[in-house]
Design a protein around this ligand. Structure first.
Ligand code: ZN
Ligand code: ZN
Length: 103
């Protein structure tokens, strides 16, 4: 990467919302069926989605991160009061954890 002399460096690199692929793309999407490293598509498959579907992000988070909230290992769904969260959802802190692992 070449740096332009004198150009200010950003304080923080944002999570690559545009420039980079979302790390959740490393897993297949359970919502639209996009394969690993392929972008999510709309229901009609005619349009690529700029962001992965929420359920894909959850799937990626479950596969990569431990949950600081309910103390589960990667690959294990989040629990609340002994029951899995609905629709494979994850605790917000686990998603933060996954982003740190991916960074
Ligand atoms: Zn998708
Ligand atoms: Zn959890």
């Amino acid at each position: 990467m070449t740096r332009i002399p004198g150009a200010p460096m950003p304080d923080s690199i944002r999570h690559g919302l545009r420039a980079q692929q979302h790390p959740a793309r490393s897993v297949a999407c359970p919502h639209c069926g996009a394969k690993e490293h392929r972008p999510c598509t709309s229901r009609s498959k005619t349009r690529q989605m700029p962001q992965p579907h929420p359920s894909r992000i959850s799937a990626w988070v479950r596969a990569t991160a431990v949950c600081p909230e309910c103390q589960v290992e990667p690959g294990v769904p989040c629990h609340l009061d002994g029951r899995e969260l609905r629709d494979g959802a994850v605790h917000p802190r686990r998603e933060v954890e996954a982003r740190e692992v991916a960074a």
